[in-house]
Design a protein around this ligand. Structure first.
Ligand code: F6P
Length: 556
């Protein structure tokens, strides 16, 4: 085996892609040997797997037994991870090496949750001290708003907070706000505006009183078209509502890494909460991007959230790969994607407050691992990131679960639930949990022809009622949905993404694929609004025709 040194100074132990590793070949053979053996057969041959293929990490109990995998499978996957240098990459990430090589950046979201008093010096700077300095300012600000000391320009307290951001500057805050609404300050309404579609802003503000409204403009770059456009519209809405003399500074704060951009927009940097280029957008909900969340739940609960993140970070960094929850979940994803041809992955939280968790994970996983070339710029040669989707249970059961149970494609699933109800109403929670356990059971074990017949099903319906089973799932059980628990879950998936990215040898921290569309929109806009018929010869015939038809329908 050859070793190569990457641009960030870390070492890759393999020349060529993941498919040229010895572990990959061993996994191919193992897959062949496993053949068509079903989860049902794996349980029949080894009933003890239900107690052995389970894992606990940072308060998350994971049942990995309902997988088309054995202890040997996990061992081989771990071997693959080692051959791909995962332990070294974990260390490199946690210590601030520039593992985002295409942008030459450190990837240090884990530094956002290092406790005060510890230190991590990167390029001569103690990043932990920086983090806690900003957390301190955020805490003071939130205390002032939450205690009504902060007043709007007419002297009224803040009763509505509107976060304006998109992608990582929206999905994390909105997901976490939804998840933790039960511990939020109910006297203040929280809204989230992301879409460039004016409807988003109009509907978010239509019933708000500008005198009591605070906008948070959240953007890492402070250049994102959607956010800047929405922020300008928000400022007009405020000025229209409160008159030209309104003290805008009392209603606008910014969260960004771009102080010059914030200043240019007209927000006093005194009302800005910074973070750093080493926090990727989709890894930023626990930075100052989480300001709206801290306003909602308060600084103490935000600290609990960070402690949860940290607990899973500690588990990830300190646990050997074979007992490492994010690593094993990530590797099982690789197993299905590359050895079973699975194209998608479902996350199904049986917790209404996690209704936005799948959407949050879509950006985290798909913007991170939807790549086709390796860190070295060569074709990956194998499939990478799956399509992630999900809905809270039990809603999904009455929608897309039909395909999960009887469709022609196998979709690996993560079920997530909490033992304690967040709202204890009658027998709702026990029914909810009966449903999640039932779904995992049916996916794995299905119903054989004999079992269906035994239920008295007529022969002509047999094939329709047959439940194939053999559909893999992980079940994650936590005690209660707290800020701490949410932190552990988000960190779990962050590290799952890292694991898969390292195995595939891709840069999980850049997102070059989203740039061209933004550029193109910038080039098309003048043509859409031009007074005279524009020259569209630079565009393909289809786009040009659609643009002209749009212009005509708009009377241009
Ligand atoms: O769409 C690409 C992206 O850069 C995401 O990665 C990011 O989360 C989002 O845009 C928003 O970026 P910003 O926080 O700079 O406005």
């Amino acid at each position: 085996m050859t070793s190569t040194t990457r641009g960030d100074g870390t070492t890759s132990h393999v020349a060529g892609g993941v498919a040229s590793t010895a572990a990959w070949s061993a996994l191919l053979e193992h897959r062949e040997a496993l053949g068509a053996s079903t989860i049902r057969e794996l349980f029949a041959g080894d009933p003890g797997r239900s107690s052995r293929l389970v894992l606990d990490g940072a308060g998350v109990h994971a049942d990995l037994s309902k997988h088309r995998a054995t202890a040997e499978t996990l061992g081989l996957l771990v071997r693959l991870a080692r051959e791909r240098g995962l332990p070294e990459r974990i260390d490199a990430m946690f210590s601030g090496a520039r593992i985002n090589t295409t942008e030459q950046r450190s990837v240090l979201h884990t530094a956002l949750r290092i406790p005060r008093g510890e230190s991590l010096v990167v390029d001569g700077v103690d990043v932990v001290a920086q983090v806690h300095q900003v957390l301190g300012r955020m805490g003071e600000f939130c205390d002032r708003v939450r205690s009504d000391q902060w007043r709007g320009s007419t002297g009224r307290p803040i009763r509505a907070v509107v976060n304006i951001g998109i992608g990582g500057s929206d999905l994390g805050p909105v997901m976490a706000y939804h998840a933790l609404r039960h511990v939020s300050r109910r006297e203040i309404q929280f809204r989230f505006v992301s879409n460039i579609d004016g409807t988003d802003m109009v509907e978010a503000t239509r019933d708000l009183d500008p005198a009591e409204t605070m906008f948070i403009v959240a953007s890492k770059t402070f250049t994102t078209q959607e956010t800047m456009t929405n922020a300008l519209t928000a400022r007009s809405w405020l000025v229209n509502g409160l008159g030209p003399d309104v003290d805008v500074a009392k209603h606008f704060v910014a969260v960004s890494t771009n102080e010059a951009g914030v200043r240019e927009f007209g927000i006093d940097p005194a009302n800005m909460f910074g973070f750093w280029e080493w926090v990727g957008g989709r890894y930023s909900m626990d930075s100052s991007i989480g300001l709206s969340l801290m306003l909602a739940i308060g600084p103490a609960a935000f600290a609990d959230l960070l402690a949860g993140f940290r607990a899973m970070d500690t588990h990830m960094r300190g646990t050997d790969l074979q007992g490492n929850l994010p690593v094993l979940m990530g590797l099982l994803g690789v197993w299905y994607r590359n050895f079973f041809g699975s194209q998608s992955h479902a996350v199904l939280p049986y917790e209404q407050y996690l209704d936005r968790f799948p959407a949050y994970l879509q950006q985290l996983t798909m913007e991170s691992n939807g790549k086709s070339v390796t860190l070295e710029g060569a074709p990956v040669g194998v499939d990478t990131g799956a399509v992630w989707f999900g809905e809270p249970g039990t809603n999904g059961q009455h929608s897309f679960y039909q395909l999960l149970h009887q469709g022609t494609t196998v979709v690996p699933v993560d079920f997530i639930f909490f033992a304690q109800p967040t709202n204890d109403v009658g027998d709702h929670h026990d029914k909810l949990i009966a449903n999640v356990l039932a779904q995992a059971n049916v996916l794995a074990f299905g119903r054989t022809a004999d079992e269906v017949r035994a239920k008295g099903v007529p022969e002509e319906l047999m094939q329709h009622k047959l439940m194939p089973g053999n559909r893999p799932s992980t079940t994650l059980m936590l005690d209660r949905l707290t800020p701490y628990a949410l932190g552990t879950l988000v960190s779990l998936y962050e590290h799952l993404v890292l694991t898969q990215g390292v195995v595939w040898g891709i840069d999980s921290f850049d997102q070059w694929g989203v740039e061209l569309g933004k550029e193109m929109a910038g080039e098309l806009l003048p043509a859409l609004i031009a007074h005279d018929v524009p020259d569209l010869s630079a565009f393909d015939a289809s786009t040009a025709a659609l643009a002209l038809r749009y212009r005509a329908l708009r009377g241009r």
